[in-house]
Design a binder for this molecule. Structure first.
Ligand code: 5AD
Ligand code: SF4
Length: 466
């Protein structure tokens, strides 16, 4: 038997990359690769890159500098280390990577991960390989499903890609170019994936897609199913107790999705719904094709269906032409909605996107100052949201043993980490927890009712606190 080869994979950016990294591991497992957390020990290093903002892309080249040192060190001991650049920087800058970074053996775009074994064989034979085409064949159909042991090792919560690509063409965004146009996976394949995950201990599924509520995969009836119908069907799969989805576009919120929030208890009342700006003028320049009022109306539809629903969002400050009045409209929108949290970014011009040609740029100093003001407002809303949970009894899905001995950590419906003293038997169960205090972003609480399995005695020296 040959010794397993070691694979180190580092992902940047979005949840789709986390998911793709797992699929690459699954694709390379039959080739004899096992994962390692150490770069120095690796026979193969994959950088799964993100191109969404300039800073994210720059990281690739500095990381490649470090990898050159590791590759040279491995060579000194007679060991070959191969380096792969995958993800959206690979897709967008493939030729440049090959030119600028001789250390790289393979460049592979997100649509071609199923070709990794052949590309690596090419590299082993002494060549360098680049594949950034959008092949006609369905990448999903060619990626092997994870083995039961891999699923169990990854825990009780799992992502499942249901849709990839984006047809929205917001003027600042590279996604339509790096991930291509929208493709939805057929319902039957998603059901198979979710059943396999549930059979191996997964309890929570997050459906992911760049524009996930644009989902319109073929249903068993031969017709396109919207996301709400898919979620309703997945909730019937035994073992699945929680469903989530990300990332949504406000323009694609169909009534079936609202109905699912009203009728499907497993569908969590927590929605990431990016708005980017509160100014209609800037929304127009961004080609968002909705106004602030349209966004408020969508939020109202969700709230009418499910009163305890909470929202998060993404914001860009300093989009070209954004003036103080536009920015004030963003702050006003945030104040009016009241978020459970949000991500905010300084605008970063991306080569090839229409906004990169806009002349009226906002100075770095103004961007910095606006980002601070926006983040302060969002932070205060997030703190208030978390503090409001104290004293409530909420359902927590328990995930794993916490760092502190005797503590188990789970998540509330709003993804807040919640810690209780309990035995590991409760992992995988949803149990009501009375929340008693908040330490930074973690809630502490006590089990409100005894779990289904009898509790093991908890050692008396255990400490509380995250
Ligand atoms: N500059 C800054 N932020 C961006 N985002 C996407 N493109 C850019 C860009 N060019 C942000 C948006 C998006 C999130 C994933 O990243 O807010 O929702
Ligand atoms: Fe990018 Fe999202 Fe706009 Fe699509 S909808 S172009 S992914 S920001």
């Amino acid at each position: 038997m040959t010794a397993p080869r070691k694979l180190h994979i580092k992902s940047y950016g979005c949840q789709m990359n986390v998911y793709d990294a797992q699929r690459m591991v699954d694709t390379l497992a039959p080739e004899g690769f096992v994962e390692t957390s150490s770069v120095a020990d690796a026979d193969l290093v994959i950088l799964n890159t993100c191109h969404i903002r300039e800073k994210a892309s720059e990281k690739v080249y500095s990381e490649l500098g470090r990898l050159r040192v590791a590759k040279d060190a491995a060579a000194l001991t007679g060991r070959q280390m191969n380096i792969v650049v995958a993800g959206c920087v690979a897709q967008a800058e493939g030729n440049e990577i090959i030119r600028r970074a001789p250390v790289v053996d393979v460049v592979v775009g997100p649509q071609s991960y199923h070709h990794l074994p052949q590309l690596l064989a090419q590299a082993k034979a002494g060549g360098r390989a680049l594949e950034t085409e959008f092949p006609i064949e369905d990448k999903f159909g060619f990626l092997p499903p994870p083995k039961p042991a891999a699923i169990r090792a990854r825990g009780i919560s799992s992502f499942v890609t249901v849709q990839e690509g984006c047809d929205k063409f917001c003027t600042f965004c590279v996604v339509p170019y790096t991930r291509g146009s929208e493709v939805s996976r057929p319902v039957a394949k998603i059901i198979d994936d979710v059943k396999r995950l549930a059979d191996n201990g997964v309890r929570e599924i997050t459906l992911i897609g760049q524009n996930v509520n644009g989902y319109h995969g073929e249903g068993p009836d031969g017709r396109p199913w919207p996301l709400g119908t898919l979620l309703t069907r997945l909730a019937e799969i035994p073992g699945i107790v929680r469903l989530r989805y990300s990332t949504s576009h406000p323009r694609d919120v169909e009534e079936t999705l609202i109905e699912a929030h009203r009728d499907v208890p497993a569908l969590m009342p927590f929605v990431h719904l990016p708005v980017q700006s509160g100014s209609d003028r800037i929304l127009g320049l961004m080609n968002r094709k909705h106004t602030a009022k349209d966004y408020f109306d969508v939020i109202e539809r969700f709230r009418d269906a499910r009163q305890d629903i909470a929202f998060t969002s993404d914001f860009i400050v300093g989009f070209p032409g954004e003036n103080e009045e536009d920015f004030a409209a963003t702050l006003a929108l945030v104040t009016q909605i009241g978020y459970a949290g949000a991500y905010s970014f300084k605008y970063s011009p991306r080569p090839g996107t229409p906004a990169a040609d806009l002349q009226e740029t906002v100075s770095a100093a103004v961007m910095d100052e606006r980002l601070v003001r926006l983040q302060e407002l969002i932070d205060s809303q997030q703190s208030a949201f978390n503090a409001a949970a104290i004293g409530n009894t909420v359902d927590v899905l328990f995930e794993r043993a916490a760092r502190n001995p005797g503590q188990i950590v789970g998540r509330t419906p709003y993804l807040q980490p919640a810690h209780v003293m309990a035995s590991e038997d409760i992992i995988g169960q949803v149990l009501p927890v009375t929340l008693t205090s908040l330490e930074r972003y973690s809630l502490l609480g006590t089990l409100a009712t005894p779990p289904i399995q009898p509790l093991q005695p908890v050692p008396s020296h255990s400490v509380t606190g995250a």
